[in-house]
Write a protein that binds this ligand. Sequence first.
Ligand code: KIV
Ligand code: ZN
Length: 387
Amino acid sequence: MDQQKIQIFDTTLRDGEQVPGCKLNTAEKVEVAKRLEALGVDVIEAGFPISSPGDFGSVEAIAKVVKNATVCGLSRAVEKDITTAAEALKKAARPRIHTGIGTSDSHVIHKLRTTREKVVERAIAAVSLAKKYVEDVEFYAEDAGRTDNEFLAYVCEQAVKAGATVLNIPDTTGYCLPEEYGAKIKFLRENVKGVHNVRLSTHCHNDLGMATANSIAGVLNGATQIECTINGIGERAGNTALEEVVMVLRQHPDLAKYTDINTQQLNAISRYVSETMRVPVQPNKAIVGANAFAHSSGIHQDGVIKNRETYEIINPLDVGVDHSSIVLTARSGRAALAYRMKNLGYELTRDELDVVYAQFLKVADDKKEVEDDDLHGIAEYKQKVAV
Ligand code: KIV
Ligand code: ZN
């Protein structure tokens, strides 16, 4: 079966940077952008140029240094936003303007205080204006997740007619169920004239913890671009995590989709972004969390020591983690203790292991985790009682 390429659109520097306390300066943003390019992302959303002179300068600086990836700047469907984004992107080898407007009733009535007709007019005007500056124009229908499909299809069709090359379908509030979001993408594929000449993009937020599932549902129904951030950072509960969608597609060759991401860099870039943006990664975070390849219960440890694949579906080396770890706690068993003792140079007979294990449990009940230093102490104890 032919494999289909899925583009990765990274918005760590735009949606990700909207997290309170995450603000980066231009030099830091340029460094993140260089690392994203080396990682193999297809599109880097570098910022929202109208939002501040600092953001304008960062988008401009990133546009100058990034050569292979598309560099994208966000704008509302507002003339000054679009001309400012075009100005910031002037030096980009592959510039893209990302423009759009809210389409759900909630946005049309309460946020924009306008009508659907006016929204369509503004969408057409925004895409047409952006098209005067760049060939590659992405249109977003904000809150598409809660927009009725008929109206969404109509707005999208008008955006395509005005020259949009990409249609972004954001689940801005993270409300959709995977089946619902997938069905929305399918509906657009089947009901928007000209959709086959443009790219459909997912942009999912994680308010109900479904951003990754929704993005994958979108791809399975015809989207060929996923918008995401490193570590899933972003507004509120965050955006789709880049490392998660990339690894879902990689670990499921049956889906016949691939990305150009060099997965061995995922762990390093996750740490870099976490440290630079000062957002810790939760230990149990999929793929890049400190515990993603750590085994602590006796049953699991016994399985992993016999064969890694019993409890690991990803080879840690594939995401840049050099080994899995066997963590020793009071829930660990003899196999794990023997394994860790052996790594420290202590080969134990079965009888010795019984003695050492009893001593180990005493230490483990007093501590959250038994470390190498404790194991050396336990080995000395063994010598003293000399079984
Ligand atoms: O979540 C959203 O709708 C967005 C758009 C501005 C693309 O971030
Ligand atoms: Zn967003």
